[in-house]
Design a protein around this ligand. Structure first.
Ligand SMILES: [Zn+2]
Length: 136
């Protein structure tokens, strides 16, 4: 059971560029070409002004812990517990959900400065966040 492959996100027409960038260890967001709103999750239309025009921008990968939860109940054999899932407010504005690793991950403080790192799964690298010593 321990060797079951980890489930990976499935892209679609809208999200394919987001996942492709992550295969190059780049975290990207959409920025509306009409009102400059930087948005996430990925979608075809700006939630602020309803424009369909946008460009992809690369994130700095830096943010702060906005909220978190520690998962203690295992729901899939590929995800060993406990682990921490954080809602990270990125410098660009969007909030991204990802695993929090590193020092203090078991009991992070809200507002902790974090930066993205990449975990290379066989089919899809995924972002995780670790404390950012340079920011704090
Ligand atoms: Zn807009």
């Amino acid at each position: 059971m321990q060797d079951l492959p980890r489930p990976v996100p499935r892209g679609d027409r809208d999200t394919a560029p987001f996942w492709e960038a992550q295969r190059e260890h780049r975290l990207t967001f959409q920025r509306c070409s009409n009102c400059n709103e930087v948005r996430y999750p990925v979608g075809p239309m700006c939630p602020e002004c309803r424009s369909f025009e946008f460009e992809w921008i690369e994130s700095s990968g830096r943010g702060t812990v906005y909220s978190f939860t520690v998962v203690r109940h295992q729901t899939h054999p590929a995800f060993a517990v406990p682990y921490t899932v954080a809602l990270v407010e990125m410098e660009e504005g969007p909030r991204l959900i990802a695993e929090l690793k590193g020092d203090g991950a078991a009991s992070p403080e809200i507002g902790t400065a974090v930066k993205v790192e990449w975990v290379d799964h066989p089919k899809q690298p995924l972002p995780v966040f670790v404390p950012d010593q340079e920011q704090s």
